[in-house]
Design a protein around this ligand. Structure first.
Ligand code: SAH
Length: 401
């Protein structure tokens, strides 16, 4: 049987095709094209190539996935090589995985050729990197299309503090923004909506989360658009404008939280970070003034690295201080299991209180991975009502094992 390729055509600009994609396109006998592919890219197909449009734009009904696969098989069995061309990357919201499975089920070997995905290319056109040291530890690609059961968990996504790159989200933007705000994301979070990225028709709106939907509507930004949400958007400089020499910094929130942590040996700084972020919910690490733990654990390299990473003071608590704190707060949970491992009846709750003298309010979330985290709020902080109060049973405290 002849060759079959699943090719990513990139976001639109033909220059952003890969060399591998160009070569495959040049030799394919049949090219099956999706709706988002720039017609200019089809000039790279050889003169012999039969071009078949299977997308739904321009008023035509889209060809069902089943028929596309049947069509590919028909040409392949007739000895023709087939290139299946998709926008962006075939494996990012492109249903490429489904087509691959269907062809593999028929015993057809398929070569996958990656393309540059719109979620990276669109922000790049504005000088926005999806990750940037000091602003975010990562980026999440998510569909905005789903509703009901397919709806992404926007609350959980907001809590990560990572860049959100939303595909297919422009029609549901009002709803998405409302849910992120409700989840505690700052209304000042910088956002961009970028339509037809990398094409001459590209347009964009850059606005804070609170006004993004209204500004997108006013500018009539439509599909296809990528929405980028997160601090990296503060680096944006639209084409033709100079890069910002001074990156506008968001005013730092007051550091009104303290964290008590118990953990077993061998945890990594990243695991500590994930656990603390989970416990903080919508609050950011920038709000944490101090981390505290049992004195003999305070030199743990993972904990030290985590505190240095976020400029958080590290407080050591002696067992006697912890027991005194527990005696002063009879309602705090205590555990014989924890005692057996650490010599004190609890670690994270008393340490959180000891880290910020005067703090009384407490919220805790067991975060797993052998790590327990408790958050104390300093008196007068406006934040305490938002913290999650979902302490787990003591028996699940497996710190310090
Ligand atoms: N496989 C594609 C995504 C297909 S899903 C990729 O990797 O890029 C279709 C969605 O992709 C659109 O709704 C839009 O959110 C995004 N998209 C694709 N091309 C785009 C472009 N040139 N500009 C902005 N968004 C684009």
């Amino acid at each position: 049987m002849s060759r079959a390729w699943l090719i990513g055509a990139g976001p639109g600009d033909p220059e952003l095709m890969t060399v591998k994609a160009m070569r495959a396109l040049a030799v394919a006998d049949v090219v099956l094209v999706d709706d988002l592919v720039n017609p200019e890219i089809l000039r790279m197909a050889g003169p012999q190539a039969q071009i078949v449009h299977v997308g739904k734009r321009g008023g035509h009904a889209s060809t069902p996935q089943r028929e596309i696969v049947a069509l590919m098989l028909m040409h392949l069995r007739a000895g023709r090589s087939v290139a299946r061309l998709k926008g962006g990357d075939p494996f990012v919201f492109g249903r490429g995985g489904e087509e691959l499975q269907a062809l593999q089920a028929q015993g057809v070997p398929v070569e996958i050729v990656n393309g540059i995905t719109a979620g990276i290319a669109a922000p790049t056109t504005l000088g926005i990197p999806v990750t940037h040291r000091g602003l975010t530890q990562g980026a999440i690609f998510v569909t905005g299309h789903g509703a009901g059961d397919d709806e992404p968990d926007w609350r959980a996504l907001a809590a990560t503090g990572l860049t959100l790159v939303v595909y297919m989200g422009i029609r549901r933007l009002e709803d998405i923004a409302a849910q992120l705000l409700q989840a505690g994301m700052s209304p000042h979070t910088p956002c961009a909506a970028i339509e037809s990225a990398t094409l001459s028709t590209q347009r964009q709106v850059i606005a804070p989360l609170s006004t993004l939907p209204a500004e997108v509507r006013a500018a009539a930004i439509g599909s296809p658009s990528i929405i980028v949400i997160g601090d990296v958007v503060s680096l944006a400089h639209p084409p033709g404008t100079a890069a910002p020499t001074h990156v506008p910094e968001r005013p730092a929130p007051p550091r009104m939280l303290s964290v008590g942590i118990g953990f077993r040996q061998g945890v990594t700084a990243d695991q500590i970070e994930a656990a603390v972020r989970a416990a903080l919910g919508p609050h950011s690490l920038a709000e944490v003034a101090a981390m505290a733990t049992l004195d003999r654990k305070a030199d743990d390299p993972a904990l030290v690295r985590f505190c240095e990473r976020h400029a958080i003071a590290l407080v050591r608590c002696a067992p006697a201080q912890i027991e005194a704190c527990l005696a002063a707060h009879p309602r705090l949970p205590r555990s014989d299991t924890v005692y057996a491992h650490t010599g004190v009846h609890a670690v994270c709750e008393p340490c959180a209180l000891l880290a910020s003298p005067g703090s009384t309010s407490l919220a805790q979330k067991y975060a797993g991975d052998g790590i327990t985290v408790a958050i104390a709020v300093m008196p007068g902080a406006a934040t305490k009502d938002n913290l999650q109060h979902d302490a787990q049973p003591e028996s699940r405290n497996d710190e310090d094992r």
